[in-house]
Design a protein around this ligand. Structure first.
Ligand code: ZN
Ligand code: ZN
Length: 363
């Protein structure tokens, strides 16, 4: 990864925001800029220097991973050390921090650590995030990893199809999926695996429970792996037994909505237009009310990133963004259906990263 180039891009953004420096404490941002994968660190960036602060547990790891910043090992809070370092840099009169990832208590602590004349003026809350927008657009190396992560997801789906049978507990399905994920090289799951069977499929976020898979009914699997720090995310809904006509029709409507959403993805298109492409199909099928969330979200080092593919979202898609397209319907007491792909935005359309089958599978 070209971390130095990223810090260069960040410096231009810091200057444009009228700041002299930036404190980065959100770990995914920090990893993006420095490659550091530890769990405790802060990064300080000025127009001339970049320094990463971490503690003694990470001496070897930081030396190995971090090439784009100097590393300083500290015995107290890395963020406090970073703030003090920024304040000591010549010409740095104020520095930004990201209020979306800072607690009131942390801010108070940072201020207390500053010389009293700087306490009021030195730290400035960013009006808009500076690092995150860089992360929205993936470079070629990131895309390669994300393609790989998405394909691991597809192999998991393929594997689990051979495992599913009525009577299994949902958590057994999740356990098998997660065990297999580790064997395929995943560092972990990108979120808590969703296994929602029968009437539970009507819960958009039905985590795997002790509930047993029914002889007849939908089963929604929503899962993702982390590979080299990057998250995958996909959902497939299968049927145990033979679906009734209304269930088949409902599945077809969600599939068409999902395909319309995928087809709408292209550079320059507003997120709300992609949402409407999917939502319109379900509205015409009389299922508007049953589709209770937005169509998708950005994904990358974090499972939920910007942009949000939802109504009223005017952000335009850029080549290199990776978003999910995941319309669903939820009929309480009956069933639910969701289908989700990861799609990389290209100049002329979208590249589906999760090519696992979407036609209704009956088991
Ligand atoms: Zn998902
Ligand atoms: Zn998702």
């Amino acid at each position: 990864m070209d971390h130095l180039r990223r810090i260069g891009q960040l410096r231009r953004r810091i200057t444009r925001a009228g700041l002299h420096g930036l404190l980065v404490t959100h770990l995914p941002d920090l990893r993006y800029l420095s490659g550091f994968t530890g769990s405790s660190a802060a990064l300080a960036v000025t127009s001339r220097a970049a320094r990463l602060f971490t503690d003694g547990r990470y001496i070897a790891q930081a030396a190995d991973e971090v090439k784009s910043a100097q590393v300083q090992i500290v015995s107290s809070s890395p963020a406090v050390a970073a703030v003090q370092w920024l304040a000591a840099q010549p010409g740095v009169e104020f520095a930004g921090f990201d209020p979306a990832h800072t607690t009131v208590a942390e801010l108070a602590r940072w201020k207390t650590a500053l010389p009293s004349r700087l306490r009021r003026s030195f730290l400035a809350a960013l009006a808009a995030p500076l690092v995150e927008p860089l992360r929205w657009v993936k470079d070629e190396e990131e895309l390669t990893i994300m393609i790989e992560a998405a394909l691991v997801g597809c192999s998991l789906f393929d594997h689990i199809l051979g495992f599913l049978r009525p009577g299994l507990a949902e958590f057994e399905v999740a356990a098998e999926l997660e065990h297999q994920a580790r064997l395929l090289g995943a560092e972990g799951m990108s979120f808590e695996t969703i296994v929602a069977s029968g009437v539970r499929s009507a819960l958009p976020h039905g985590r795997a429970t002790q509930e047993r898979l029914p002889r007849r009914g939908f089963l929604t699997l929503d899962f993702g792996v982390i590979l080299k720090g990057y998250c995958s995310d996909m959902t497939r809904t299968v049927y145990l037994g033979t679906p009734r006509a209304n269930e088949r029709d409902a599945y077809q409507a969600v599939l068409e909505a999902q395909q319309a959403g995928v087809a709408a993805v292209s550079a320059g298109v507003r997120c709300e237009e992609v949402d409407e492409a999917a939502r319109g199909v379900l509205r015409r099928a009389g299922l508007a009310e049953a589709f209770s969330h937005s169509t998708g979200h950005g994904v990358g080092l974090e499972i939920h990133e910007s942009p949000r593919i939802g109504a009223g979202q005017t952000t335009r898609l850029l080549p290199g963004m990776v978003v999910t397209i995941e319309p669903g319907i939820y009929l309480a007491g009956q069933f639910g259906i969701r289908i989700e792909d990861m799609v990389a935005v290209t100049r002329t359309g979208g590249q589906v990263l999760t090519p696992a089958p979407k036609a209704l599978i009956e088991l």
